[in-house]
Design a protein around this ligand. Sequence first.
Ligand SMILES: *Cc1c(COP(=O)(O)O)cnc(C)c1O
Length: 380
Amino acid sequence: MTERIQEFLRDRRNKGLDVEPCLVVDLEVVRDNYQSFAASLPDSRVFYAVKANPAPELLAMLASLGSCFDCASVAEIQMALAAGATPDRISFGNTIKKERDIARAFELGINLYAVDCAAEVEKVARAAPGAKVFCRILYDCVGAEWPLSRKFGCEPAMAVDVLDLAKRLGLEAYGISFHVGSQQRKLKSWDRALEMAAAVFRDCAERGINLSMVNMGGGFPTKYLKEVPAVVQYGRSIFRALRKHFGNQIPETIIEPGRGMVGNAGVIEAEVVLISKKSEADDVRWVYLDIGKFGGLAETMDEAIRYPIRSRHDGAEMRPCVLAGPTCDSADVLYEKMPYPLPVTLEIGDKLLIEGTGAYTSTYSAVAFNGFPPLKTYHI
Ligand SMILES: *Cc1c(COP(=O)(O)O)cnc(C)c1O
């Protein structure tokens, strides 16, 4: 929570504009985060994962700092271009693409594509002839708070065949990618993934395919309630792993931070709509906010991400509460299995500050479910 955000929220309240929840992102924090990534991993190109927060002001600032962009759709590619990135600084990093979208991206000048199977390679070969492709390998994501499933990537042995096919179809078999799982607090995760990547490099070399690049994905954490290692520690750990597994032939590398780039730059201000109990004897209060899973807090699914929450009563006695959103959908409960401690003096109408909400919030918010408007966002 920065001074600038506090001042912005104060001003918004004074103007009486605080009638709906809002997200405020401090772009100076994003700038610091970008510079930490660039300084801690000086030999890696930074491809910001646009899906984490695609606000035009944020993309424009990152573009001006020299960032590249990992995009998952034609619309995201167009946003990155509009922000000032040239096509050589953009990847189409989704392994699941329509052939006509690949063709459109190719027309826009995009030359770097993710694949994880033969059918996707065939699409890229037809729609983006001669382009560079990297093959995503599966990774189990142990230690990640928001793990990614088996949805993306293939077994390393299959990656060799996929890249071999790419080469035979006239594409440039460029490299390997992996993602260690989002909000990954284990520094060691990249070590094991890089070991797998190095093995694919060797197997490919034996088949005459010389790969050049390892895309080490995102996963860099942001601070919620638990402490997380600093970016510089990730940088050192990754560099050691690259040395260990690639010796003096370290390939070109890319990182794709999303959450780690923007998470701690944002704060959501929400309002307490109702505080109630389910029976007189109940000692757990239900606290209903004007924001929930459909208003941007979708990552509370399975109570995976636990945000720090502040109020004007900080310092008062705390008691566990069930925290829920305002919509008429019973899935719209944020924390129940593990109730959330909130001040006993909390009242209806109080504002709550939900911290660490710069990533994966604004674009998760529904357009008009139950008539609630999408989350208002300000980038300052
Ligand atoms: C979502 C995504 C990222 C960003 O992940 P974070 O954990 O937010 O850093 C990076 N790369 C790819 C391919 C992604 O899909």
